[in-house]
Design a protein around this ligand. Structure first.
Ligand code: GLA
Length: 385
């Protein structure tokens, strides 16, 4: 049995002396390419990983939601009859935020007991928070006997994160956790929210290297990048940077400060790379995909300035191994919001071991960092475990 499922179930039984009615899982994600494009109405190409947050849910006799978290050894209780306010506990705010916005969107909240356990590494750019939002949201919906469209569920999760937790994230993480298909990445148009599944070649694997350097999206840097992008869009007189191409970017440069121009150049070129990467993946063309991933990393490093030296070093080592052992059939890049977190590689299955050996040989980490290496398949979106 899934380990997080076992932990959530056992915690439920021991805390509440009862069995849950439903057990729901929602996955974390990696983004193959398309970074910081989602809140610019652009394109992203994420895929769900085989690490989940699991929520066990059952009824409550009072008008309460009583939640326990195995990973934070903590409890949170709030009333569903009163305005739902913030808790001092961060993890609890994801639960409360989703409950609040479900209610505001007209879904009646069931009085519930909830236990939560997960194996998505926390704070590492793999969207443990979106997985929590989607698992809690779907669990509450199942408990109440209602139905919800996965896109609506994703939007409720995003609202919880934007307006309750205070991080201005885009829609990518929630949407992939809600709608992923096993064996597929998803090209998402973040303006129309159209999702196109793209199958991942069977002989390719996804390698995830967690630098162990934690990031926090609520940190100023993420929100600052958003504001810089909005400023650039205003300068170009468009709704979002999605609406200009590279030629328009260059032609209209005059009057825009250098930093905002670089930010805009990342977004505009990244959108084009993402659409091209989806075509390459669809055609099993790992060589082109790899080139685009390397260009994306360079753009995040030089124009968007969201990488850090350790992450650049990991990406370089992995790309060098991909060049050496499989003739550049694949590539590596940082994934997620930046300033730490994970580097991913997509490359043929049979070169994974050589890439991992290279990392162990060459990566110089500082004493208190522990890297974690996972090989993942592309999993399905939120559902029963
Ligand atoms: C975080 C956010 C996403 C997206 C990425 C960067 O993961 O939650 O919405 O903006 O950063 O691509």
């Amino acid at each position: 049995m899934n380990d997080a499922k076992t932990r959530a179930l056992e915690a439920y039984i021991s805390a509440f002396n009862d069995k849950p009615d439903h057990i729901i899982r929602a996955p974390g994600r990696v983004n193959i390419i398309g970074e910081h494009t989602d809140y610019n109405d652009g394109f992203v190409l994420p895929c769900a990983i085989d690490k989940d947050t699991v929520v066990a849910i059952g009824r409550h006799e009072d008008s309460l939601i009583e939640a326990i978290s195995c990973d934070y050894e903590n409890q949170d209780i709030f009333s569903i009859n009163k305005d739902i306010n913030e808790s001092p506990k961060l993890w609890a705010n994801y639960v409360r935020g989703v409950a609040k916005y479900l209610q505001l969107d007209g879904y009646a909240l069931p009085p519930s007991r909830i236990s939560i356990a997960g194996d998505v590494p926390l704070g590492s750019g793999l969207s443990s928070s979106a997985a929590l939002e989607m698992a809690v949201g779907r669990a509450l919906i199942e408990q109440s006997g209602q139905k919800i469209d996965p896109t609506d569920l994703a939007m409720i999760g995003q609202k919880a994160e934007n307006q309750f937790v205070g991080c201005s994230c885009g829609i990518m993480d929630q949407l992939i956790s809600a709608k992923a298909q096993a064996g597929h990445a998803m090209l998402i148009d973040c303006r129309s929210l159209l999702c196109s599944p793209i199958s991942i070649p069977k002989d390719a694997a996804i390698l995830i290297v967690n630098s162990g350097i934690t990031h926090s999206n609520s940190d100023g840097a993420y929100n600052e990048r958003r504001l810089q992008c909005e400023k650039a869009a205003l300068h170009y007189k468009v709704k979002a940077l999605r609406d200009i191409d590279e030629a328009q970017l260059k032609a209209g440069k005059t009057g825009l400060d250098d930093v905002s121009y670089k930010r805009a150049r990342h977004v505009v070129t990244e959108n084009a790379r993402t659409v091209n990467a989806a075509v390459a993946l669809q055609d099993n063309d790992l060589y082109t995909l790899g080139q685009l991933m390397r260009q994306s990393h360079a753009s995040m490093r030089d124009d968007f300035e969201i990488t850090i030296p350790e992450i650049d070093q990991l990406a370089d080592i992995m790309n060098a191994a991909i060049a050496q052992y499989c003739d550049n059939q694949g590539g590596a890049r940082m994934t997620g919001g930046g300033f730490g977190g994970c580097v991913i590689a997509i490359a043929p299955n049979d070169t994974m071991e050589s890439i991992i050996d290279s990392i162990h040989d060459k990566y110089r980490k500082t004493a208190n960092q522990k890297i974690e290496i996972l090989i993942s398949t592309a999993s399905a979106g939120v559902n029963y475990v």
